[in-house]
Design a protein around this ligand. Structure first.
Ligand code: SF4
Ligand code: SF4
Length: 269
């Protein structure tokens, strides 16, 4: 995302809508400026503010005159008064930022809106996790934090060494050049996104090992990580295989989401 300095009147409205805190008023140029390294191309600034088309020179003059009278003249807070945002035509690899950060943009590799696929939370539809298996979602980043692919890489390498199976239709998996080692394409490692989800599944016997591994690796990764675990219930609607392992590890379990099998399976095992 770019801001046209000829149009910006430094009202500061956009600095409040950027989930990455990537927009700041440059004290020298006295214009809003986007920190390109931190910008994840989510378009929250462009889409979140109404664009008005006031004349920038007129607005600056009025603001100066009001300032002289010690009166503030600010546009409505949900408006960019001079339509100063200019989205760039994003090329590879920067376009990856947008695919993982703007939920309204279909992901190139999956055609799915957002960052993930039908996954373990919708196992009645995805049919990925079978009896005797556990599915994991490892979610990196959040608004305000984000995540670099070079950090996701560290986790994927560790998971691959442990022998997990990466979900093939997952957007992060689609960026791997070597599934066996969990190696991502080099050209995306310096891209930052709002969040991304790695999806894996393992035999139940590996659940404790995977959780320990994620907790160990998270110490080396500078973002927030949320770990989700999914398993199949038995014919009585209970889950008594994975749950005891999680309880032994100190997790207090409550049903987060139970799907009752009314979905149409789209990913036959
Ligand atoms: S909202 Fe528009 S005019 Fe105001 S600081 Fe941001 S880019 Fe500049
Ligand atoms: S595109 Fe998103 S991250 Fe980039 S400046 Fe706009 S709001 Fe911030």
């Amino acid at each position: 995302m770019r801001i046209n300095p000829d149009k910006c009147v430094a009202c500061g409205n956009c600095t409040y809508v950027c989930p990455m805190g990537a927009i700041y008023i440059d004290p020298v140029k006295r214009r809003a400026t986007v920190n390109r390294s931190e910008c994840v191309e989510c378009y929250a600034c462009f889409n979140g503010l109404s664009q008005e088309h006031l004349n920038p020179t007129f607005v600056r003059t009025v603001r100066k005159l009001f300032q002289m009278a010690r009166v503030r003249f600010d546009p409505e807070p949900d408006v960019c008064p001079t339509a100063a945002f200019e989205p760039e035509k994003l090329e590879w690899p920067r376009i990856v930022r947008r695919a993982f950060s703007d939920p309204r943009v279909p992901h190139e590799s999956t055609g799915v809106h957002g960052r993930g696929t039908e996954e373990v939370k919708t196992n009645d539809v995805s049919g990925r996790v079978q009896t005797g298996e556990a599915g994991f979602t490892i979610e990196f980043g959040r608004p305000g934090v984000g995540v670099w692919f070079r950090d996701i890489q560290k986790m994927c390498w560790a998971l691959a060494r442990a022998g997990v199976a990466f979900e093939k239709k997952n957007p992060v998996t689609s960026l791997m050049k070597d599934l066996a080692t969990g190696t991502l394409r080099e050209d995306i490692l310096d891209e930052k996104v709002l969040s991304a989800i790695v999806e894996i599944k393992v035999p139940v016997a590996m659940v404790e090992e995977v959780i320990g591994l994620v907790r160990e690796m998270e110490k080396q990764i500078d973002t927030v990580i949320a770990l989700g675990v999914g398993a199949r219930c038995n014919e009585n609607g209970e889950e008594d295989v994975v749950a005891p392992i999680l309880e032994k590890l100190g997790y207090k379990l409550e049903r987060a989401k139970t799907n009752i099998g009314l979905g149409r399976v789209t990913n036959a095992a």
